[in-house]
Design a protein around this ligand. Structure first.
Ligand code: OOB
Length: 542
């Protein structure tokens, strides 16, 4: 089955596509072809380093050959162009091998995060009708093989489970590779490359269909802005499946430029600082809470961090005071990045002055990123004032995958994406993120859709109603608080029991409410709906 954008999701109208091609943004490249070209140009350069438990390296030639052999193995097992494959791997070399193998045959990785559990994985498998699921044997004390068995039982379309490590009843990934029979009938550049996850506001994650053409442009633009070249040595600290460490400029950007990608198994300074020293890391990307931890730990470290040239910080609002401390502590440049898996990415620039870098979230990659800042009626606000950020451009999707109703709400009639962010624009074009209109919790860069957690808590027999809101937190920026109304006839519950109930339902740990409070009633809005704004302000420390 061939999946083209436009069939399963709205795509760019022809006149926009023509414009983006004519401007040189979409150059007709594919990821499979990109790796092939790099391997031909500099076969012996190191592409990838997986330092743990023992150091493994891949040259560009080795990565290319490995992707070919895995691609051939996937094909031999019946995985075809357009098929969806849920990939849930931590930061290990196999992650990069697997996604390039899938790119090469045009099967679509669906990027699950290592923290996802039964609730999320069941949704990805059934909603995408995935034919395969790729997992580690166990990670962070969780046995992924057992979850995979459950998914196979429930999803007849799910034919294969490939395991990195001990496969149990499934197939070891190491058994898959075989000799390619001939050239692959790969995807066209305008076709889909993968499905990325949206942060989500309503219930379960929406899926974001990205094409080879559009994503490749965001990489090229990011590389230019960040100064990525063949000498870049990039440390992937955040989960490699997330859009930020993948493409801003991320491991894909660095491979595009012929640099070296090093995968950190964990993000803490005790793990990352020795890697920075040993691997002579020049660049990395961090969410604000991690940037804080690194900033605090750096002055006392015995490790040599002098190779670091640039640290990108994004995913959530980075406080100005924390931003001011990063450059002196780490001895490198800071760049703020305000991006979204749906497309638009803003960066401060290497030649911006310090004030701009610490007080703004940057400006868009492309001259053709269209930005509108509007009021509640979709009318443009006066220049410099706050409003809702809408955007359209050469690497911003025109719609989620198989979600027509949601698309009607999330996009304007003329194709602008409603980001849900409240911003204002400075005269030079830099954006300042002032807040958020969407019902989402940004817990240190990890996005939580309150509705998803509310639905789980509502399933508890003692719960009459629930509302999950964000509360300010000095370290994470925001934490989650569940206000719970118990049934009048129910036995009293404790906060711990509510949290345990959520955890036992099988959901990513970061979505389990940090705080639980029992109340008799929620504050009401004028139309009788729960007023989250009210609940939030009730929770602010006075
Ligand atoms: C990144 O992507 P997502 O899809 O996980 O989340 C996007 C949302 C934005 O709409 C915004 O609400 C928030 O995350 N956000 C920021 C921010 N960067 C992202 N809010 C304030 N300040 C920032 N610097 O988070 C993402 C994707 C690519 C690059 C960087 C981040």
């Amino acid at each position: 089955m061939t999946l083209t954008p436009g069939v399963d999701a709205p795509t760019w109208p022809a006149e926009f596509a023509e414009r983006y091609r004519a401007a040189g943004y979409w150059r007709g490249e594919t990821f499979g072809g990109m790796l092939r070209e790099r391997a031909a140009a500099h076969p012996d350069r190191t592409a990838l380093v997986d330092p743990a438990p023992e150091r493994r390296t891949w040259t560009y030639r080795e990565l290319d050959e490995r992707a070919d052999r895995l691609a051939a193995g996937f094909l031999a097992r019946g995985i075809r162009k357009g098929d969806r494959v849920v990939v849930q791997l931590p930061n290990v070399g196999e992650f990069v091998e697997v996604v390039f193998a899938l790119f090469r045959i045009g099967a679509l990785p669906v990027y699950a995060l290592p923290a996802h559990r039964e609730t999320e994985i069941a949704h990805f498998c059934s909603f995408t009708e995935a034919v395969a699921y790729v997992v580690p044997d166990a990670h962070d004390g969780f046995d992924h093989r057992a979850l995979a068995s459950l998914m196979r039982e429930r999803n007849p379309a799910l034919q294969h489970v490939f395991v990195v490590g001990d496969p149990g009843e499934h197939t070891a990934l190491s058994e898959v590779p075989c000799e390619p029979a001939g050239p692959f009938d790969g995807p066209a550049p305008h076709e889909l490359a993968f499905l990325q996850l949206s942060g989500g506001t309503t219930g379960l994650n929406k899926l974001i269909p990205r094409t080879h053409d559009d994503y490749m442009y965001s990489l090229r633009g990011s590389n230019e802005i960040c100064g990525v070249d063949a000498g870049t040595r990039f440390l992937v600290v955040l989960p490699a499946a997330h859009n930020f460490p993948m493409s801003s400029p991320g491991w894909l950007g660095v491979l595009y430029a012929g640099g070296t990608v090093v995968l950190a198994p964990r993000p803490d300074p005790a793990t990352a600082f020795p890697l920075v020293e040993r691997e002579r890391i020049t660049m990395t990307g961090l969410v604000p809470p991690l940037a804080l931890v690194w900033t605090d730990a750096a002055p006392a470290t015995a490790h040599d961090l002098s190779s670091l040239e640039l640290v990108l910080v994004g995913g959530a609002k980075y406080s100005e005071s924390a931003a001011r401390r990063l450059e002196p502590a780490l001895g490198c440049r800071l760049m703020q990045v305000f991006g979204m898996a749906e497309g638009l990415v803003n960066y401060t620039r290497l030649d911006d002055d310090t004030e701009t870098v610490v007080t703004t979230q940057g400006r868009p990659i492309s001259p053709d990123d269209e930005i509108r800042i509007v009021d509640d009626e979709d009318d443009d606000v006066p220049e410099g004032e706050f409003g809702h950020l809408l955007t359209r451009g050469p690497y911003t999707i025109r719609g989620y995958w198989r979600a027509p109703e949601h698309n009607a709400r999330s996009f304007t009639g003329d194709g602008f994406y409603r980001t849900g962010d409240i911003v204002r624009r400075l005269p030079g074009g830099h954006l300042v993120v002032e807040g958020r209109a969407k019902d989402q919790i940004n817990r240190g860069g990890e996005k939580i859709a309150p509705e998803e957690v509310e639905n789980i808590i509502l399933a508890h027999p003692a719960v009459h109603d629930v509302s999950v809101v964000a509360v300010p937190d000095a370290y994470l920026g925001e934490r989650s608080l569940a206000y719970v109304i118990l049934r009048t006839d129910a036995e009293p519950l404790t906060p711990v029991a509510v949290k345990r109930f959520v955890r036992e339902r099988g959901i990513a740990a970061y979505k389990v409410p940090d705080l639980v409070e029992f109340v008799d009633a929620f504050p009401q809005t004028g139309v009788g709906k729960i007023s989250k704004k009210h609940l939030r302000s009730a929770a602010e420390p006075s």
